[in-house]
Structures are given as structure tokens and as C-alpha cells.
Unconditional design. Structure first.
Length: 557
């Protein structure tokens, strides 16, 4: 569960701290007040890409941080443990931090330990699900529909087995195809691979060798200059008759003599003594480094000969010198595969076994999808009726795919009928924008009940929904908040009235500078904000009474 969020110098936000509670929380405010800024901040803490427009004006860097409770989040706890990011002193709490500066330098920390954006993204998938205001548009695409059905069926493990089996089958097919080439082709390819393997084995390129050799070559080429500079430094600092160190000691002595008449000179002498110590250390460092500088021409020749050999073999086989170690491994693997491809009968059996293995898993996945589809149809149909689509029907069509894929042997298509008497048809061809929004909401609220991520974030997904349906949407989100933490940016007062907690975003400032702030509303402030949402800029006694009625109705329900 998300506990708190901290934002610094982000878009219109100078400094912001928010603490979150369980249940259903809404964020409202006028257009442009900064409601979506907070959701963008959360997205960046989950690994999203940072954009230059997201810096606050004249700020050199943006800082984002968030705290989570992972006490009941087994997936997050396991990930943190496996990747050595768990806080042993407080294993129930997680802190994410991200800093981005205007020089495009990005830094990420997980529980105070440096991390990568890829790690942040992987961990974020166990913490929060973000659902944007245009999510319903992707719902018309069949790949998205398949993903939603599999999410509802909790098919992740079975999908992984199907995908692994598909890759194994494809690999077996490739090996068989190689074996089925003519003997002449195999012999010619084997000769080429054998020669390449012999060349690379004789050279034996090592990982990072090319980079290290180039560094060593630069050092050897500049050894004369380095030694000259070091000798000059030692002379100036310590070895010359009028070296800096000798002059410092002389001046320090004279200051101490003067200190018998003017005590303040003692402190100056002490400062010079400290400077002398630093200079002695610098001279010692130069002397030590001089011993390590290699002037041996044979060493330089050896390095340059090795670089030349690596470059020549890389040019011969049209690859980069730094890629030679991997290229050698790939060559050996290809040669082994080619040598094993001679037994066509064995490879044919292996291919058939891999196909049967794949189809066994794929058939099991199809059955799981069909079971889930029946339940999903009922639940979404019920939700559609609640969301101002009475008599509407929802169907999940599962048909054979033209060819096996890594995700199975099925084509998944969502079909709907928006009113009684209408024939079922693909979602993309029937639903209007408002209907798509309502169906998306119906699916999201149904799917969210079975998901494992503890926090759901909705960014104005009620766009295009009328006020008459708003209360039903709000009640579904509130019910969802009984089991999951739900955060929602909304423009509907009926949705806002259903929340357990209500935050309001406002924009302040003048022509020179504008900032956003977010405040937690008490009961009276909620009435005023909902009244504003109902009536616009001018809050009247009538809109205020309507706002009180909406809040009272939520409590009653």
C-alpha cells in the first residue's frame, strides 16, 4: 500500500508531501490545477520515462520519493529479497527515491541502495497498477483483450509455460531445418564455421580485453609526458633549493618568531604547517606514481600487436573488436548445432515432442480461458447494466488462431450488444466513446477484484461518463477500496462523494510564477469542493445542499 509521496521541483510543484490512507481516495480540482502531476510523479517512481517539460521552471533537478507498506505484499517482499534490496531493519516498509537533473543524469534508490530504472520498473509492477484516462481506447485491440482475459484468469504461470514450450518448439524446428539442407550446404557451412572457430580459438579474445588494451596503449604512449610532468612537480614541490615546501617551512618559522610579539601569527603558522603536510603528501603520491609508469617500448609494441591482431580478425569476420568474445561463443554454439544436425530422424522426433509439449500447454491455456470467459461475461454484463447500459450483453469469443503463437492457439475478441435486440458484434465496431469508457470501467473493476497488486490508480477514466452514472461508478470504486487501495483523479462530483478520503489540487501564483498545492479536505471543505464541481465557479446554497445530499447518500449506501 502507498503510504506517502514526496515531490520537489516537479512541473508546477515546488514542494509537496502527501500521506495516503487505505480505502478509496479521490483527487479533484479545476483543470490545470495539477491533479495529474501527482500521478505522473507516481509513474516516474515506477520507472516511467522522464521528460524535460516535467522540470519546474528554473529548477536544476526534480526529486521524487514514496513510501510503501509491503506487509501483505508477498510479490514485492520476494522481489526485494531476491535482489538484495530488503531493509533488514524495517522489512515491512519500502522507500523509493528518484532524482533527475537538467543534464539528463538520473539516479534511483530502492531502500537507500542504488538501483536501475529496469529494477524500479520490475518492482513497481508489484506495487501499483496505473490506469490512464485513455485506457478504453486500447480496449478495442484484440491483443489487449487477450491480456485482460488472461489477467482475470490469473494465467501468468500457464502463459509462461506456453511461451517456454513455444520457444523450445521453434528452436527444434530451426535445428531440423538446418539438418534438412543438402549435404553440400552443410559441409560448406561447417568448413566456414570450423575455420572461424580455429581463428578465434587461436586468438582467444577475452571479455573487456579490447577496452583494456586501448586504455593501456594510451598510458604507454603518454608515459614520457607523464614522467616529465611528475618530475617537474616533484622539483617544484620538494626537490629544488627554493621548492615550495622549503619556502613554506621558512615562512612558518619566521611567523612563529614573530608570534612571540604578535600571538595571532601562531594560527597563520599552523595553517602553513597543514599546507606543508598536504604538499608533502602530493609529492609522495607523484613519486609513487612515477614508479608505476611503464616506459618499456616492448610493452607498447606488445599491446599494439595485440590490438592489431584483434582488429584484423574482427575486420575479417565483419564484427566489432569488442564483440569478439561473444562472437567466438556464438561460432562454437553454431558449430555444435551443425554437427548435431546430422541425425535427421532424431531431430524430427525431438521436434514432434516439442510440438506436442507446446500443444498440451496451449490446450490447457485455452480451457482456462474458456472457464474464465464464462465468469467474466456474467460479471461484466452485470456491471454494464449498473453503468447505464440496461439490457446490454458482453461476450468473450475464443476462436482458433491461424497459427500457433507464444501466447497460445487462440484469438480472443470482446463482443457486445449495447441494448436489447442488438446483435453481438466486435467491441471496436459497436461501442461509442462513452460506451467504451463504461465497458472499460466495468472490466477494470471486475479485474481489479482478482489482481494481486495492492494499489490501483485511475486517472480520469470516467471521462465521457454522464453524471447519472457517476454515483454507480463511485460506489464500485468505493467497494473496491474495501479490499484494495484505490486512488482516482476525477471530474465527477458523484464519484468524489463516494470516496473515503478527498484531496483537492489548487493552483496559486501570479504572472511570474505559478505553483500547485494539494490539501486533504475535511467534511465542510468536501461539501464546498463537491458543490464547486456541481455548479462551477459560483457555489450557491442549492449546489451546496446537493453536495451534502450526495455525501449523505454515500453514507446511506
Amino acid at each position: 500500500m502507498l503510504l506517502w509521496l514526496s515531490v520537489r521541483n516537479f512541473v508546477l510543484v515546488e514542494s509537496l508531501e502527501i500521506e495516503f490512507e487505505p480505502g478509496f481516495t479521490v483527487l479533484t480540482g479545476e483543470t490545470g490545477a495539477g491533479k495529474s502531476i501527482l500521478l505522473d510523479a507516481i509513474g516516474l517512481l515506477l520507472g516511467n520515462r522522464f521528460e524535460s517539460r516535467q522540470f519546474r521552471n528554473n529548477a536544476e533537478r526534480a526529486e521524487l520519493a514514496a513510501g510503501f507498506s509491503i506487509l501483505a505484499n508477498a510479490r514485492a517482499y520476494t522481489w526485494l529479497t531476491e535482489h538484495d534490496f530488503l531493509d533488514d531493519n524495517d522489512p515491512a516498509t519500502l522507500v523509493l527515491r528518484r532524482v533527475q537533473d537538467t543534464n539528463n543524469k538520473n539516479r534511483v534508490w530502492i531502500n537507500g541502495r542504488s538501483a536501475t530504472l529496469a529494477q524500479l520498473n520490475a518492482l513497481g509492477a508489484t506495487l501499483i497498477e496505473l490506469h490512464g484516462q485513455h485506457e478504453h481506447q486500447s480496449l478495442t485491440r484484440t491483443p489487449t483483450q487477450r491480456q485482460w482475459l488472461d489477467a482475470y484468469a490469473q494465467n501468468a504461470d500457464l502463459l509462461a509455460s506456453v511461451s517456454d514450450a513455444w520457444r523450445a518448439w521453434r528452436s527444434a524446428n530451426e535445428s531440423l531445418a538446418i539438418a534438412q539442407r543438402s549435404q553440400g550446404e552443410r559441409d560448406a557451412e561447417k568448413a566456414l564455421l570450423t575455420q572461424r572457430h580455429e581463428d578465434l580459438s587461436a586468438l582467444a579474445p577475452q571479455p573487456d580485453e579490447w577496452e583494456n588494451l586501448n586504455i593501456r596503449q594510451r598510458q604507454l604512449n603518454h608515459a614520457d609526458m607523464l614522467l616529465a610532468t611528475i618530475e617537474e612537480g616533484q622539483t617544484l614541490l620538494q626537490d629544488a633549493e627554493d621548492a615550495i615546501l622549503s619556502r613554506l617551512f621558512h615562512l612558518s618559522h619566521k611567523l612563529r618568531v614573530a608570534g612571540t610579539h604578535e600571538p595571532s601569527m601562531e594560527s597563520v603558522a599552523a595553517q602553513l604547517d597543514n599546507a606543508a603536510i598536504e604538499i608533502e603528501e602530493a609529492a609522495r603520491t607523484l613519486r609513487d606514481y612515477a614508479r608505476s609508469v611503464d616506459l618499456d617500448p616492448k610493452s607498447l609494441a606488445s599491446v599494439e600487436n595485440r590490438l592489431s591482431a584483434l582488429h584484423e580478425i574482427a575486420r575479417k569476420y565483419r564484427t566489432r573488436p569488442e564483440d569478439l568474445p561473444v562472437f567466438a561463443q556464438e561460432t562454437l554454439a553454431a558449430l555444435v548445432r551443425l554437427e548435431q544436425s546430422v541425425d535427421i530422424e532424431a531431430l524430427t522426433r525431438a521436434t514432434l515432442e516439442a510440438e506436442n509439449h507446446y500443444r498440451e500447454y496451449a490446450t490447457e491455456l485455452t480451457a482456462a480461458r474458456r472457464r474464465a470467459a464464462e465468469k467474466l461475461q456474467r460479471e461484466v454484463g452485470t456491471a454494464m447494466n449498473e453503468l447505464a447500459m440496461p439490457g446490454g450483453r458482453f461476450k468473450v469469443l475464443i476462436a482458433p488462431a491461424p497459427r500457433p503463437e507464444s501466447h497460445g492457439i487462440d484469438i480472443i475478441e470482446f463482443q457486445i450488444s449495447t441494448h436489447p435486440g442488438q446483435m453481438l458484434a466486435p467491441l471496436a465496431k459497436v461501442a461509442s466513446g462513452g460506451e467504451l469508457s463504461r465497458i472499460s470501467l466495468a472490466l477494470l473493476t471486475v479485474l481489479a477484484q482478482t489482481g494481486g497488486v495492492p494499489t490501483l490508480v485511475f486517472d480520469e477514466i470516467d471521462t465521457g461518463i454522464g453524471g447519472a452514472t457517476g454515483h454507480t461508478i463511485g460506489q464500485r470504486l468505493r467497494a473496491l477500496g474495501n479490499n484494495r487501495q484505490v486512488l482516482c483523479v476525477t471530474h465527477l462530483p458523484q464519484v468524489a462523494a463516494c470516496a473515503h478520503q478527498h484531496w483537492r489540487a489548487t493552483k496559486e501564483g501570479d504572472r511570474r510564477e505559478v505553483v500547485s498545492r494539494v490539501d486533504l479536505l475535511n467534511q465542510n471543505e468536501r461539501i464546498e469542493e463537491i458543490a464547486r464541481m456541481l455548479g462551477g465557479a459560483t457555489v450557491t446554497t442549492k449546489t451546496r445542499a446537493h453536495a451534502k445530499e450526495l455525501l449523505a447518500q454515500t453514507t446511506k449506501d
